[in-house]
Design a protein around this ligand. Structure first.
Ligand code: ADP
Length: 462
């Protein structure tokens, strides 16, 4: 029996909204919180939302500071931190960071470093899925580097294909190829981009599916061999392969499909004795066939909507699992899969400081006005709180995550529209007008959408 030890102090190796989200979870559990911040984040909100805050990465760049493993470990040790939550991005999927925490006797709130390693490489992840008897998109079993290898794949599978970086993430490191003339050039570019963005030139090929839906399943697994799923999210509303609006549960699945896809995700999780929270991602073709694409071994941006429809606090569950509790223990309170039900629908919109009229170019500057929204069924996760805050070009452009929940999808969408309209933000441009258009689009409201939704609707940009 693993030993259970409640944490007294948790450090969050992150910034912005997700750091604040995790502090809130800790505080509710009676755990003291520690923030770290870069020089550039000297007055960032997350710093003031923790019980203690320490500067890291002195003299380093704004991103590098949050990647400074040894400095973060040193701060954690100096201040008697029991555990570190990495959030998403930065060090969340850094195997070495998880391993260093393990070495120093600091609990890494996440999966084991070996899970990060295997799911950090999409080629290995595909092999794991195949072994667990889960359908994958036709693809090369190994990374490829030559035109000959690519041509061999095309001969069997035809165009279009997608070149993907084995270590890619965040919608980056992908190239669609529709004809032979583009193949060599795309391959060269994909490899060099993969090398510079992810430090690994390895790329592999997949058949490019036209008009799929992106469906992902939330998993929680404890140290005692129990794993459950929290149903699915539909993340098909994407721009450039990056999620913009997410919905839980999906409007597009039959009960049977839902069961099959959730079962497949659980099977994969069990086959590798996965630990803590993770997401198994799939694409669903127009004919209803589903295919595994990847696993995200961390908390995700869109976890909020699953929390809203299931009532389960995923971040608190992560903490309790890391402390050694079983899912069925009162501390987590999930006695069985059957005990989990969804209620109504939840939608999340990612409000960014991107200007839809300028091709979503990130905007920066001082917020002259910031009035947010509220009301029944509304949840806000923001990294800024008030006018005067400065949006710098150093970090991603996520300003606030707006989530709404209601008993029907239609009402969740009208609540989202009302909430978005209630915001008053001046000083920086945001994508709110664009999101308002999405919420009113008939194809969105009917659930009749796939990953091509945004790219095929110029009216959304008006
Ligand atoms: P990342 O790790 O960068 O998020 P994913 O593998 O999760 O990359 O893919 C992100 C998105 O890219 C998917 O949701 C989908 O829209 C698109 N995509 C990825 N692979 C394919 C494919 N084989 N066919 C069609 N679209 C794909």
């Amino acid at each position: 029996m693993a030993e259970m030890k409640k944490f007294t102090k948790v450090l969050v190796a992150n910034r912005g909204e997700i750091a604040i989200r995790i502090f809130r979870a800790c505080t509710e559990l009676g755990i003291r919180t520690v923030a770290i911040y870069s020089e550039q984040d000297n007055v960032a909100l997350h710093r003031f939302k923790a019980d203690e805050a320490y500067l890291i990465g002195e003299g380093k760049g704004p991103i590098e500071a949050y990647l400074d493993i040894e400095n973060i470990i040193e701060v954690a040790k100096r201040h008697d931190v029991d555990a570190i939550h990495p959030g998403y991005g930065f060090l969340a999927e850094n195997e070495q960071f998880a391993a260093r925490c393990e070495e120093e006797g600091i609990v890494f709130i996440g999966p084991k470093s070996e899970h990060i390693r295997m799911f950090g490489d999409k080629v290995i992840a595909r092999k794991m899925a195949i072994e667990a008897n889960i359908p994958v998109i036709p693809g090369t079993p190994e990374p490829i580097s030559t035109l000959e290898e690519a041509l061999r794949f095309v001969k069997e599978n035809g165009y279009p294909i997608i070149i993907k970086a084995a270590s890619g993430g965040g919608g980056r490191g992908m190239r669609i190829v529709r004809k032979q003339a583009e193949l060599q050039d795309s391959l060269d570019r994909a490899r060099s981009e993969a090398k510079s963005a992810f430090g690994n030139a390895a790329v592999y090929l997949e058949k490019y599916l036209e008009n799929p839906k992106h469906i992902e399943v939330q998993i929680l697994a404890d140290r005692h061999g129990h794993a459950i799923h929290l149903f699915e999210r539909d993340c098909s509303i994407q721009r450039r392969h990056q999620k913009v609006v997410e919905v839980a549960p999906s409007l597009a699945l039959t009960d049977r499909q839902r069961e099959e896809i959730c079962d497949a995700a659980l099977r994969l999780s069990k086959s590798c004795q996965y630990l803590n929270a993770g997401t198994v991602e799939f694409l669903v073709a127009p004919d209803g066939t589903f295919y595994f694409i990847e696993v995200n071994p961390r908390i995700q941006v869109e976890h909020t909507i699953t929390e809203m429809v299931t009532g389960i606090d995923i971040v608190q569950s992560q903490i309790r699992i890391a402390e050694g509790y079983a899912l069925e223990d009162d501390e987590i309170g999930i006695p069985s899969q059957a005990s989990i039900q969804t209620r109504g629908f939840a939608i999340q919109s990612r409000v960014t400081t991107e200007d839809p009229e300028k091709n979503f170019l990130p905007d920066t500057g001082r917020l002259l006005a910031y009035r947010s929204a509220s009301g029944f069924g509304v949840r806000l996760d923001a990294g800024i709180g008030a006018p005067g805050a400065v949006i710098t070009p150093h970090y991603d452009s996520l300003l606030v995550k707006v989530s709404t929940q209601a008993l029907t999808f239609e009402r969740a969408a009208s609540k989202m529209l009302r909430t978005l309209k209630e915001f008053r933000i001046r000083g920086v441009k945001t994508n709110i007008p664009f999101l308002e258009n999405v919420m009113q689009h008939p194809d969105f409201l009917s659930g009749n959408y796939d990953t091509s939704f945004i790219d095929t609707k110029p009216e959304l940009f008006e």
